[in-house]
Design a protein around this ligand. Structure first.
Ligand code: DAH
Length: 329
């Protein structure tokens, strides 16, 4: 019984069986010995021996069944596939907040009748400055200090704004023109609200009889679509070399609602874009007759608008690509 209980595998068990039940085994020996006993003992001993054999055999069978069951359990543990486990959840990404804001702005202007135009990131001095009425030594160039590209002639720059697309478009097309130009721009500027690379959307409309009222109406509608239908807006006089008159547009501070806070510098207003009526000098560069046509233009920074919409205080967060930050949008 002890040998059967100690058997750990089927072959252990068969060994034990051989030792006791085999030809020279103990059980066989006892059974054979019964025949040589005196008649009066033969029956009692024979019965005992048979009972012992039967008990051993059934212990053996039970142990064999137990070992087989254990073995089956073990191999199932190794090979089992649990079809009820949930699958691995995919991690779908989503668009970056700057891309989301960009595409919202573009679709707002598309609905207002504008089509999209693009221009190169590496621009000539002519398109980036000169044809926009920044003469070579003009101090307005200082506001847009940029990265110059070594080109031999020294006149290639990373564009500082998307305004050059105005010139490229007007050179190719006769009015009416109604375009928006999204893209990357560069300035040698870096702090919590400025990044050396950022995005702008430019707008240009040229036609007969365009007035500043069209500009104000369009941009007011755009702000309602982007910041909510009751957002107050205002226009302030400003200066850009390529527009005359020029304006900057503000919206009521989205954070304090106008009562004054750190973000709006206690003014209650947030500047969101520059705009104006296209300067006749610019029409001169592209061969449009300023007596016949008038136009307006505007330009805005996308990161700034994304920051206002989401209450983001440091522009650098938008470029570090930390998943913990990006997954909030
Ligand atoms: N290009 C200007 C800038 O980056 C923004 C701008 C102002 C664009 C007035 C315009 C405009 O089209 O009319 O600072």
């Amino acid at each position: 019984m002890a040998a059967i209980a100690a058997a750990r595998s089927e072959s252990d068990l068969l060994d034990a069986k051989g030792r006791f039940f085999g030809k020279k085994g103990a059980v066989s020996g006892i059974l054979k010995g019964v025949a040589g006993l005196p008649v009066e003992e033969r029956k009692a001993i024979g019965d005992l021996a048979n009972r012992a054999r039967a008990e051993l055999e059934s212990a053996f069978d039970a142990r064999l069944a137990g070992i087989r069951e254990q073995e089956r359990g073990r191999s199932e543990g190794r090979e089992r596939i649990d079809v009820t486990l949930p699958g691995r959840a995919p991690m779908p990404g989503h668009r970056h907040p700057v891309s989301q804001t960009m595409s919202d702005i573009l679709s707002a202007f598309r609905r207002l009748g504008f089509s999209v135009q693009c221009g190169p990131d590496v621009e000539t001095d002519y398109y980036n400055f000169e044809a926009l009425n920044f003469p070579p030594e003009h101090p307005a160039r200082d506001m847009q200090d940029t990265f110059y590209v070594e080109s031999g002639t020294g006149d290639l720059v990373l564009r500082t704004h998307t305004s050059p697309v105005q010139i490229r478009t007007m050179e190719r097309r006769k009015p009416p023109v109604r375009i928006i130009a999204p893209g990357t721009v560069y300035r040698s500027d870096s702090d919590i609200t400025h990044s050396p690379m950022f995005h702008q959307v430019e707008g240009l409309a040229v036609d007969r009889d365009i007035t500043m009222a069209d500009l104000k109406g369009l941009l007011t509608e755009f702000c309602r679509m982007t910041f909510g239908p009751t957002t107050p807006v205002r226009f302030r006089p400003s200066y850009f070399p390529f527009t005359e008159p020029s304006a900057e547009m503000d919206i009521r501070c989205v954070l304090c609602g106008g009562s004054g806070c750190r973000v709006c510098k206690e003014s209650g207003w947030l500047e969101i874009l520059g705009a104006g009526m296209v300067d006749p000098m610019v029409f001169g560069f592209v061969g449009y007759d300023p007596e016949e046509y008038a136009g307006f233009a505007f330009g805005m920074g996308i990161e700034r608008i994304a920051m206002l919409r989401h209450g983001i205080s440091d522009i650098r967060l938008l470029f570090e690509n930390d998943i913990r930050f990006l997954s909030q949008f």
